[in-house]
Design a binder for this molecule. Structure first.
Ligand code: PHE
Ligand code: ZN
Length: 886
């Protein structure tokens, strides 16, 4: 099934690591004592560990340790280790001829004050903090820095008491005290064994929001969220979310928190979203602070989702962790599934599903279709940081979701119970997870498990047939997956398809299945397509049904369905599955835009979209029944998503056809938008209730169409009367495209002055300018690089300006001049010198060059080649470049 047609270029300093080469660790670390002496100019780390040899044939101990570690001393069982027994190479330290059981003590000096990689120990806003996943611990000290080496940690932190009154690490606080010279110390002990990637330390001058939670068995847990004093009131939503998540995990999974302290710290310089370190979660401020002044309704939901995600890791990730980094989806796919389900239970299940599918299609399908495509359980990597991907996370969650559907909720939870009982305290594999699901249900998931090893999004072509004489309705399925790097041939997968048959009156039709492998469920038929081709036949039908296929998006596939436009309009109105109603309407919009694109290239008249307008009119009439859903269904697919539907991507024609449909919907429903907008006006002050959120969402959509004709007044007024960020940003987004220079300047200046003291709001200010469709967008982005508030070193800021432009503004980034590409190349080259992890993410939009026309593609590759010429390139960026160019 596998071939090696595209193994990336490698060299000695950047070896490729393979799953097939996995070897269990040769030593166990029974206990580790860490001592941190934090100083302004360099930190001293003493690490004493008790080691036990596991592999009798191993004479030497090989520790991981970054080249930047300055080794001050090393003793073995109290005796200095002679220099000729030590060998340092690349990122390792070899100690020759060690005994079977011994204590090793190293003292190193590191420079967190100069650490801009934001991996290991670094400084953010005057405080010390750590980020160790995946391999950051080796920047702190010499260690067996791999997830299958778990040990018990005792941590002592010493620092200046005035500058760093708060000293935190994992587990329980054992002792504190004052020392000479205005210094103090804290001693922490974590009773649970853990891998080094879950270690954390924080020292700083932070305020704390306190609360507590009583677990169902009666344990009282003290909950603390640490942040700058100014931000403390913004932590309340996170705290409430945390308590809801703790309760939910008890109720749904029977999983309880296991210590009497749970700490969260907010830091403003962070490469990712947040980190689940044992009992000391460290969060990007973006995912912990929430306040109506600076956060949109979506931001509130994201905070709740990420708080839940990190908390859920305590069981799925920490108590049970990964054997090696190829198994990353073991904890991430499962935990994303858990946080998605949690959020569904807090709000609307259908809307949560629509939003998750949007993300999956926009990012994961694109990844599966490009040079970085990899299985949910990758077979190889050069830099593990590059594999924290939408494939491992979101497609991984889809795999769990499919198992949940195939086994049923009860079967799935039986499997989870066995998984936890069997593997608590262990470092395990994705296969172990699947085996627990099988054993709990007497099921055979060996075919299903191919989803873990096979990359690429399956295509599923469906044909139908109706025999009016026999009243037999047949569905023919054909699946195939295009080759991906390293996998030229693919096997058929087990694809679960939830579907229904809808009769002429719009109701669900009862039918009898006479051929095909399927179960009947409450939500419809669950088909199990397992072969390259499959046939299903239904009978006992009075008339030809309309099929509603792939309800709830029951599998991450690209479906091409036999449903025609007329039937789609019917489904928009009648399908009992809300996801499928949304899907039918999206399909109609995509179709209309694609027809527009081909009309433009053939210089033909633009398509007639009157039927689509009529369907949308019907949805608007019914808007009050579910305003949040109406907002989703009337939101057009993005230009980038249309781009995915064609090769080469017709950048400019897509934009034109997209605008055409938007204008048609704006004009065709003008009075409806006006009425709706007026009817949904704020009655009373802001509230964060589901009802208010839904109303704001639909009103923002109405505003968008209302202004689309070129009348900015409603947006201006919306902006000026806003008493919250959701409304303010909805208006700002519209005004960012305005060609009225004065108006735009005035509003952006107002926003800046109003919120200059709130970094997360200023990130939005940068992003809105980078997403503008105005022709001068890139000039503006370039001049913003020199703005006082801009810094390449803060990842949130960098992503807001440069990331939004490159990944979110298809029209301007892919401008035919190639300026956007060269701009991105230059920034990535600079950022790579100090923050490779974030640089490597930023470059990804250029890796899709094969999807563009020869002219653009040549300019994109030339930027990639230019970067690749740099000998000092990080392993992170190097891997993406070589895979993209080959
Ligand atoms: N493990 C974190 C999460 O998904 C993500 C992360 C990875 C954070 C690597 C930092 C570094 O919850
Ligand atoms: Zn996670």
């Amino acid at each position: 099934m596998m071939s090696s047609d595209q193994i990336p270029a490698e060299n000695e300093t950047r070896p490729t690591i393979y799953l097939k080469d996995y070897q269990p660790p040769a030593f166990r670390i029974e206990r580790v004592d860490l001592d941190f002496d934090l100083q302004e100019e360099g930190t001293r780390v003493t690490c004493r560990m008790v080691l036990q040899k596991l592999a009798a044939d191993q004479d030497d101990l090989v520790l991981d340790g970054d080249a930047g570690l300055k080794l001050l001393s090393i003793t073995l069982d109290g005796q200095p280790v002679a220099a000729d027994r030590l060998h340092r190479q690349d990122e390792t330290l070899r100690i020759k001829a060690v005994p079977d059981h011994f204590t090793l003590e190293t003292v190193v000096e590191i420079e967190p004050q100069k650490n801009d990689r934001l991996e290991g120990l670094y400084r953010s806003g005057g405080q010390f903090c750590t980020q160790c996943e995946a391999e950051g611990f080796r920047n702190i000290t010499f260690f067996l820095d791999r997830p299958d080496v778990m040990s018990i940690y005792h941590v002592r932190i010493t620092a200046d008491k005035a500058l760093y009154p708060v000293l935190l690490s994992n587990g329980n606080l054992v002792e504190t005290g004052d020392l000479a010279n205005g210094r103090h110390f804290a001693l922490w002990h974590d009773p649970f064994q853990k891998p080094s990637y879950l270690f954390a330390l924080v020292a700083g001058d932070l305020d704390c929001l306190k609360d507590h939670f009583t677990t169902r068995s009666g344990r009282d847990v003290s909950l603390n969220i640490y942040a700058r004093a100014h931000d403390l009131p913004k932590c309340r939503h996170a705290m409430e979310s945390l308590k809801r998540a703790m309760r939910w995990d008890e109720e749904v999974y029977g999983l309880e928190y296991d210590l009497s302290i749970f700490n969260i710290v907010a830091v403003s310089d962070f490469n990712m979203g947040a980190m689940e370190n044992k009992s000391l979660n460290i969060f990007n401020t973006k995912y912990v602070l929430a306040d109506p002044e600076i956060s949109t309704d979506d931001d509130f939901d994201h905070v709740e989702g990420v708080i839940a995600h990190e908390y859920f890791h305590n069981w799925t990730g920490n108590r049970i962790t990964c054997r090696d980094w190829f198994q990353l989806s073991l904890k991430e796919g499962l935990t994303v599934f858990r946080d998605q389900e949690y959020s569904s239970d807090q709000g609307s299940r259908a809307i949560k599903r629509i939003q998750d599918v949007r993300i999956l299609r926009a990012h994961q399908f694109a990844e599966d279709d490009g040079p970085m495509a990899h299985p949910v359980r990758p077979e190889s990597y050069m830099e593990i940081n590059n594999f924290y991907t939408v494939t491992v996370y979101n497609k991984g969650a889809e795999l769990i979701r499919m198992m949940h559907r195939i086994l049923g909720a009860d079967g799935f939870h039986r499997g989870m119970d066995i998984y936890v009982q069997r593997h608590d305290g262990q470092a395990v594999t994705c296969d172990d997870f699947v085996a627990a699901m099988e054993d709990a249900n007497g099921a055979d998931l060996s075919h299903f498990a191919l989803w873990y090893s096979q990359a690429g999004t399956p295509h599923l072509d469906v044909r139908e047939d109706w025999d009016d004489k026999t009243k037999i309705y047949s569905l023919y399925f054909k699946q195939y997956i295009n080759p991906t790097p390293g996998q030229s041939t693919k096997a058929a997968l087990h694809i679960p398809i939830l579907m229904g048959l809808i009769g002429p009156n719009g109701g669900e039709m009862a039918a009898r299945l006479i051929e095909g492998d399927a179960d009947q469920t409450e939500k419809g038929w669950l088909l199990h397509v397992k072969e390259a081709e499959a046939v299903y036949r239904f009978t006992d039908l009075a008339a030809k049904p309309v099929p509603s296929l792939l309800r709830q998006f029951s599998a991450p596939v690209q479906l091409s369905s036999p449903v025609d436009d007329g039937q789609k309009h019917f489904l928009v109105r009648h399908d009992q599955d809300e996801f499928s109603r949304w899907e039918a309407c999206q399909d109609l919009m995509i179709d209309a835009i694609l027809k527009g694109v081909s009309a433009i290239s053939l210089q033909k008249p633009m398509p007639d979209v009157s039927e689509l307008i009529e369907s949308c009119a019907a949805l608007l009439k019914d808007a009050d029944r579910d305003p949040a859903f109406t907002a989703e269904i009337l939101t057009m697919p993005s230009e980038a998503y249309i781009g995915q539907k064609m090769t080469p991507v017709a950048v400019d024609a897509i934009h034109e056809a997209h605008q055409y449909l938007k204008k048609a919907l704006a004009d065709g429903l003008a009075s409806q938008w006006r009425d709706l907008y007026a009817r949904l006006a704020n009655k009373g002050p802001y509230e964060l209730t589901a009802e208010h959120k839904a109303r704001r969402a639909l009103r923002s959509v109405a505003l968008l169409y209302l202004c689309f004709g070129g009348d900015s007044d409603p947006a201006l007024k919306h902006y000026q009367t806003a008493d919250n960020m959701t409304d303010r940003l909805a208006a700002l987004r519209i005004l960012s495209h305005s060609d009225d220079d004065d108006l735009r300047e005035r509003i952006f200046a107002d926003f800046y002055n109003r919120l200059a003291h709130e970094p997360l709001a200023i990130d939005k200010w940068f992003a809105m300018q980078a997403l503008s469709l105005r022709p001068d967008c890139l000039d503006r982005v370039k001049s913003l690089l020199r703005h006082d508030a801009f810094s390449l070193r803060n990842p949130n800021r960098l992503r807001a300006l440069v990331g939004s432009f490159a990944a979110g503004n298809q029209l301007r980034f892919h401008d035919i001049s190639g300026e956007g590409y060269r701009f991105l190349g230059k920034i990535v080259g600079e950022v790579d010198r100090f923050n490779p992890q974030t640089a490597a993410r930023l470059i990804l939009p250029l890796s899709t060059h094969k999807r563009f026309d020869p002219e653009r593609s040549a300019m994109m590759t030339s930027v990639l080649r230019g970067l690749a010429a740099n000998k000092d390139l990080s392993r992170d960026v190097y891997e993406i470049l070589t895979k993209s160019i080959s």
